[in-house]
Design a protein around this ligand. Structure first.
Ligand SMILES: O=C(O)CCC(=O)C(=O)O
Ligand SMILES: [Mn+2]
Length: 188
């Protein structure tokens, strides 16, 4: 949904994300294959985490504190566009700085794939790639801009997707260059 969020809504959400990161700081996650290039934190009952033990949801930040609640400004977007009958239990916050990208993957650490995944882009443009449900199939790419909303649901719920690169300096929204992405998911 290109341009779904106007500038005032983007600024409100950004303020609320800053409050999340004050309580639950962005950190550089590890995977079994090495460090991720994005920095990450979460809000909600569960946060998505990865370390040498693998991918999973946890009810606490690695620093030991509970995740902050998902802000009303972000829940409103879910209510308006997700079509879901349950509230999101996780708002994953990804920050893409210099050199950050996200390889093609499926979102499949959740229990109920009938629930959609919704993502909000803020800040600099990101080149989003999406394919089918099989690894190695054909993919299409599109630039995501600040204020765009993507919903993966139904036959697209388990589509492979990733972010190839960021075009720095394309948005004035953040006080620094980079891209923020918020991903809302029902976990249980
Ligand atoms: O940054 C994006 O647009 C996608 C993020 C994503 O796919 C994820 O966090 O699982
Ligand atoms: Mn994903």
């Amino acid at each position: 949904m290109p341009g779904f969020l106007d500038e005032a809504m983007q600024r409100q959400i950004l303020e609320d994300v800053r409050q999340i990161t004050r309580l639950a700081p962005l950190y550089a996650p590890m995977t079994r294959r090495g460090p991720m290039s994005v920095r990450m934190t979460s809000a909600g009952a569960f946060g998505w985490v990865t370390d040498r033990k693998g991918y999973r949801y946890e009810s606490r930040h690695p620093q030991g504190t509970e995740w902050p609640p998902i802000p009303a400004s972000i829940l409103k977007v879910w209510d308006e566009v997700s079509g879901a009958n349950r509230p999101p239990e996780c708002c994953l916050v990804n920050f893409y700085g210099e050199g950050a990208r996200m390889g093609l993957h499926q979102d499949k650490d959740e229990a109920d794939f009938s629930q959609p995944v919704l993502s909000i882009s803020l800040g600099d443009d990101g080149l989003f790639r999406v394919g089918g449900v099989e690894r190695g199939g054909r993919t299409k790419s599109a630039w995501l801009h600040s204020g765009d909303v993507v919903v993966l649901r139904d036959e697209a719920r388990l589509a492979y997707h990733g972010v190839d690169r960021i075009r720095f300096g394309t948005s004035p929204l953040l006080n620094q260059s980079g891209r923020l992405n918020l991903t809302l998911r029902v976990v249980t």
